[in-house]
Write a protein that binds this ligand. Structure first.
Ligand code: SAH
Length: 395
């Protein structure tokens, strides 16, 4: 067995772990019989010194991210088995061998029993993001397991952890290929083509989590005028065009994003698509434009990264949604999202309710949206449910 050191919890602090919640907060620790290193594998013991869990230590408010509640060894076999379980779920939901969709999330942290690890598959490339030093220290093993799991179908594994690690304890963090090298950058999602740049793009290069919601936009687009704000690579715009939109405007503050949106539209529909890409601040654009639309999409970046700024974030959602409702034509549709983990479903809905009241429009909820099945939520870790969306009918 490995030589693993122990962290002992304060009395009563084991309760959430007994319910399989995978985090140990620093305030729950009674004592350590050593000075834990960032990323070190540790045992978590109850105040009675009984084994509860094993996980990676991180010197932060979440002190241990639990890998297992069994007293088992975390070796190559263990990593293989966890990754193979993650693969099995994607296979079960029809994503691993789908000619219409070759990009999906293979691992989503706690949702796959692998806290701190994100793996996205883009055709023949896997892009890995480590959010903890414990995961970062195991990148080579993880890459090896992924390559084996796909039996030749994954030709490159790219590490993109530089921007996501909380601490940088002297290790070389630079992004780069752990296996293979750069090749194709085009993916297909529900039959739509997208160019993905994992090396320079935001997050792992593409927002896979809106796949199902984009498909719903397609269904509502026929004959409508659409405004896609915070468009990034133009995902919603491509689906709107696929659905037979009359005209779509894509807005993002990043000039690079707007170029990408344009490129993706051209890749699917040629030069004469009914699309305009506008580099602008979306808050300003919605406030100032004199245009009105039949369907508006609001998919802003996370306003609240921490609970401390929650109040401001909710105000932000309220104002943005109220301004958007004022720009929607009669009998129009609003797709509105929040990806802030710190904002609950109820809080987001309250903010949108207030926006409806401010706008004075008659508003009904058509759909309540969330993240797709390749972003599973560990039932013992409700924090994993981060994407919230409402589709509203605005009379
Ligand atoms: N809807 C996109 C993902 C949105 S990510 C998709 O389906 O892929 C959030 C985007 O908001 C990023 O592209 C970022 O550049 C953009 N952004 C951030 N602040 C902005 C602002 N004030 N105005 C417009 N866009 C902004």
């Amino acid at each position: 067995m490995e030589d693993i050191k122990n962290i002992i919890l304060k009395r009563g602090k084991e309760e959430s772990l007994m319910r399989f919640h995978p985090w140990v907060f620093s305030g729950a620790i009674y004592s350590c019989d050593f000075e834990p290193q960032e990323g070190e594998l540790v045992n978590v013991l109850s105040s009675k010194r009984e084994f509860i869990a094993k996980g990676h230590f991180q010197p932060s408010s979440i002190a241990v991210r639990v890998l297992t509640f069994d007293n088992e060894e975390i070796d190559l076999k263990w990593w293989k088995s966890r990754l193979s379980t993650a693969y099995g779920l994607r296979k079960a939901i029809g994503l691993t061998d789908n000619p219409q969709t070759d990009c999906y999330r293979l691992v989503r942290g706690e949702g796959d029993g692998l806290p701190g690890l994100i793996v996205d598959i883009y055709s023949h490339t896997a892009v890995i993001q480590a959010h903890s030093a414990g995961i970062f220290n195991n990148l080579e093993i993880i890459a090896k397991c992924i390559v084996e799991l796909y039996e030749g179908r994954i030709e490159a594994v790219y590490n993109k952890s530089d921007g996501t690690l909380p601490f940088k304890s002297g290790v070389d963090m630079s992004d780069g290929y752990i296996f293979g090298q750069k090749h194709d950058v085009n993916v297909i999602e529900n039959g739509n083509k997208f160019s993905v740049n994992w090396e320079h793009g935001q997050k792992t290069g593409f927002f896979i989590d809106q796949r199902d919601n984009r498909e719903l936009v397609r269904k509502y687009s026929k004959g409508r005028t659409v405004l896609n704000t915070f468009c990034y690579t133009g995902g919603f715009s491509v689906y709107a065009l696929r659905g037979g939109v009359e005209k779509v405007d894509s807005v993002d503050s990043s000039a690079r994003a707007v170029e990408l949106a344009d490129l993706n539209v051209r890749m699917n529909f040629g030069e004469n698509a009914s699309h305009e890409a506008i580099a602008a601040d979306a808050f300003d654009f919605i406030r100032r434009t004199e245009k009105t639309y039949d369907l508006i999409i609001l998919d802003p970046p996370a306003f609240a990264k921490h609970h401390k700024v929650l109040g401001n974030a909710l105000q932000g959602y309220k104002r943005l949604n109220a301004n958007a409702m004022a720009r929607i034509n009669k009998e129009g549709i609003l797709f509105t999202f929040s990806c802030s983990q710190a904002v609950s479903k109820e809080q987001f809905r309250d903010a949108v309710f207030s926006a409806a009241a401010i706008s004075g429009r008659k508003v009904r909820i058509l759909h309540q949206l969330t993240q797709p099945a390749d972003h599973p939520v560990n039932i013992y870790h409700h924090e994993g449910e981060y994407l919230k969306g409402l589709v509203l009918y605005v009379e």
